[in-house]
Write a protein that binds this ligand. Structure first.
Ligand code: SF4
Length: 458
């Protein structure tokens, strides 16, 4: 048996994958240890942001230099950067002995013993699978109140800037029965909120793998049907999903916000640009007007829907007018928050060949304008909520509270972080409490526990 540590880069899908890996390694009898001591070190990597390769390389170099007197038995690079660079990583150090892409994750736990037994063994696993490969169950540890469940892998969209279809492969929807079983298991282990995860969740069941399975009689519901089934699982209080693609939002997906009581009024709906010209060059499959109409329809169905988004600034050929269109659509949609980045080339994607790249300084100046507007929108939207009440699912003790008293933090139905003050100290993880909002921070809310007597509105 060995000791291990996992370092995770990137998105919630990677965090979820690392959690799974950790639980399965524990189930195999291995033990978690500090980075300075662990025998097996896994880096679960992401290639979506800028310079991912350098970040992974420099993390490995720093780690090995800190461990030069007690090197680990092996270092493994997993995930998207592993898929992208493959065996090139082996040249970095003799301690780097496993390179595995995202589709190989289910096979990792069984390789640990082999790598420990044979110190010169190097393994690379870079093939894509043709269907969603189920993973073994990890140790049945209690899970936090908010849990995540994968419903698919990969993406078929090939947006011109995005590396995901090259590193995570084509879309593969997970079997309906396996999704429901994992949701039930996580609810039984303590989750009362579930977020369904995937690169393009509302295209669930629309890939070749799902179509072939359907032809053989396997049940593969639509995304809206999947939501309906999960929304009614006993013990589930809240359901969310991320990320949908605007071009794949069907009327039944929109209607779910009006009909499913557990589906939270929050949607992360990636926009990327407010300019139809830029959206066409990005290959996004919708234009400004279609996105705007989609938001109007969503707010007709659920007027209090909180929208968040992704934005790419400085895409090749982006003009001042294009940027102005992004800024105006941000205002129109009243995004509560956004992830915004400067465009950068990703190897193998079509946009790397676009000749009209925007200089870095201009990209950064534009990004600052986008982020300044976003901060204003968020402050304004949060301020409007002071004096109202909300339901907060408490996840942990608050780290931000500076006032006297005891505070816990959690998310409200809109996905906003809320710090709630209590008169008495007590363990509260997993409690769903009514709280009155007393103050708005820049990115979060402060509240006090509300009793039934002073209830205002939720
Ligand atoms: S939808 Fe586009 S941006 Fe999103 S993962 Fe697929 S290719 Fe990438």
């Amino acid at each position: 048996m060995a000791t291990f540590q996992i370092i995770t880069f990137g998105c919630q899908m990677n965090v979820n994958d690392s959690d799974w890996l950790g639980q399965v390694l524990l189930a195999h009898g291995h033990q978690k240890a500090a980075l300075s001591e662990a025998q097996c070190i896994f880096l679960n990597t992401c290639s979506v942001r800028e310079k991912p390769e350098q970040k992974v390389r420099s993390s490995i170099q720093q780690l090995l230099s800190e461990r030069k007197n007690n090197p680990p038995d092996f270092v493994a690079v997993l995930g998207c950067v592993a898929q992208q660079l493959g065996e090139d990583f082996f040249a970095l150090s003799p301690h780097l002995r496993l390179v595995a892409g995202p589709d190989a994750l289910p096979r990792i736990p069984t390789l640990v013993d082999e790598l420990l037994a044979e110190p010169r063994l190097k393994i690379s696993l870079l093939d894509f699978t043709h269907s969603y490969e189920e993973r073994e169950e990890g140790l049945a540890l209690p899970v936090g109140p908010a849990a995540y469940v994968n419903i698919m892998q990969g993406c078929d969209n090939f947006c011109t800037y995005c590396i995901v279809p090259f590193t995570r492969g084509r879309q593969k929807s997970r079997a309906f029965s396996a999704i429901v079983a994992e949701c039930r298991r996580k609810i039984a282990l303590g989750a009362s909120e579930i977020t369904l995860l995937g690169q393009n969740v509302n295209a669930y069941g629309c890939d070749k793998h799902a179509q072939a399975a359907r032809a053989k009689g396997e049940v593969f519901p639509s995304f809206a049907e999947l939501l309906r089934e999960i929304a009614q699982l006993p013990g589930l209080k809240r359901l969310r999903y991320t990320s949908p693609h605007p071009k794949d939002m069907r009327e039944e997906d929109l209607m779910a916000f009006g009909s499913l009581s557990t589906l939270c009024p929050q949607l992360h709906l990636p926009l990327q640009s407010g300019s139809s010209r830029v959206l066409a060059r990005m290959g996004r499959g919708y234009n400004r007007q279609e996105y705007s109409e989609l938001v109007s329809r969503l707010r007709q169905i659920r007027p209090d829907l909180a929208l968040t988004t992704d934005l790419i600034v400085g895409f090749p050929g982006e003009t001042e007018e294009d940027l102005a269109e992004t800024l105006s659509l941000m205002e129109e949609c009243q995004f509560l928050s956004s992830f915004s980045f400067c465009y950068s080339d990703r190897p193998g994607t079509r946009a790397t060949n676009f000749f009209d790249k925007i200089p870095k300084e201009l990209q950064h100046a534009r990004l600052l304008r986008v982020q300044t507007l976003q901060d204003e929108l968020q402050k304004h939207l949060l301020k409007q909520r002071v004096g109202t009440s909300t339901l907060v699912l408490l996840e942990s003790q608050s780290r931000r509270w500076t006032r006297p008293g005891y505070a816990w933090q959690g998310r409200d139905p809109y996905g906003t972080l809320v710090h709630v003050a209590f008169d008495q100290e007590a363990p509260r993880t997993g409690e769903l409490v009514l709280a009155q909002i007393t103050e708005a921070g820049s990115h979060c809310l402060f509240a006090r526990r509300e009793t039934a007597n002073d209830r205002n509105d939720v």
